[in-house]
Structure formats: structure tokens, C-alpha cells
Design a protein around this ligand. Structure first.
Ligand SMILES: [Zn+2]
Length: 164
């Protein structure tokens, strides 16, 4: 799923478990793998670093590479902006929200590291990620809708406990 989905779900989970930041981090980290198992659509935000595909130094000669980096940067910026609007209600929630965003998107950064250094434990971590990750659905709309649905469930649970 895209980083925005992972950030929103991670931040919701962390804010629900704000009484224990370590648990909040672990749960938001686990949420990444859980929701990646649901069929969805994303833009393959880490393949641009793979040594076996396109070398990084071709960045300015390769439109696809550039568009992937652009999409990923936009994804991260949007994640931080949206999460701060939704979750930063007082100084205490800033910390736990950042914990949730970090936990939620960390597995994809581990993939990024894997594509740079295919060594040691990174291989097992990547194998697990690929095994749990759902194959891409054929329909673009369906792939987007599942992410909206997932966000609504987790964000809904967070908003319910905040306002009830
Ligand atoms: Zn992932």
C-alpha cells in the first residue's frame, strides 16, 4: 500500500495505544504487514534503488525513476501533513503520532535497504514482506478502494475513542 495509507493506519493504531509507546510502535509496525496482505495497488516505491534494475546515477536520464522518487516524496510529505492535521491535538499526541508514522512506514524502508544491500537478515525480512504482500489486483479502482476502506476502519476506530 502507499505510504500515506500506512502512515494513517500506523498513527491511528499508535494513538489508540498511546498509554504504551513501545507497544504503539510494535503494533503500528505490525499493521504494515497486516494491511499489505489485503489486495491493493501501489507504485512500487523502492524498486528504483535495485542494483539489478536501474542504477541510481541514471536518475536524471530516466523518467520512470524520477517519477517514482517524485511520487514517494509527495507520498511522505502528504503523510506528514495529513497526520499532523488529524492527530496533533496537543503536544503529547505529536510524539505518539510520529511513533505511529515511523512504525507504519518502516517495513517499506527496510525494503529500500534490502534493494541496496541484499545481505544477511535483510533477505529474510524481504522474503517475509513479499510472502505476506498481496498480489496486485487487476482493477485500479479496486486497488484504491481497498486502501480507502482500510484507512476508514482504523481512523474510524481512533476517532470513535477520541470523541466518545
Ligand atoms: Zn509494504
Amino acid at each position: 500500500m502507499i505510504l500515506l495509507t500506512h502512515a494513517l493506519v500506523g498513527a491511528s493504531v499508535a494513538n489508540l495505544l498511546s498509554f504504551n509507546p513501545a507497544l504503539a510502535f510494535g503494533a503500528s509496525f505490525a499493521s504494515h504487514y497486516l494491511i499489505d496482505a489485503i489486495p491493493h495497488r501501489d507504485y512500487g516505491h523502492y524498486y528504483f534503488l535495485d542494483r539489478n534494475s536501474e542504477p541510481t546515477h541514471y536518475i536524471f536520464h530516466n523518467y520512470r525513476l524520477f517519477s517514482q522518487i517524485f511520487a514517494m516524496s509527495l507520498d511522505i510529505i502528504l503523510s506528514v501533513i495529513l497526520c499532523s492535521i488529524i492527530f496533533f491535538t496537543n503536544p503529547a499526541t505529536i510524539f505518539i503520532t510520529l511513533v505511529g508514522i515511523a512504525g507504519g512506514i518502516l517495513p517499506d524502508f527496510l525494503q529500500l535497504i534490502y534493494h541496496l544491500y541484499k545481505k544477511g537478515p535483510m533477505i529474510s525480512v524481504q522474503k517475509f514482506h513479499e510472502k505476506i504482500h498481496a498480489p496486485k489486483p487487476s482493477s485500479f479502482i479496486y486497488g484504491i478502494l481497498t486502501q480507502v476502506f482500510v484507512v476508514l476502519i482504523f481512523l474510524g476506530a481512533y476517532l470513535l475513542q477520541r470523541f466518545l
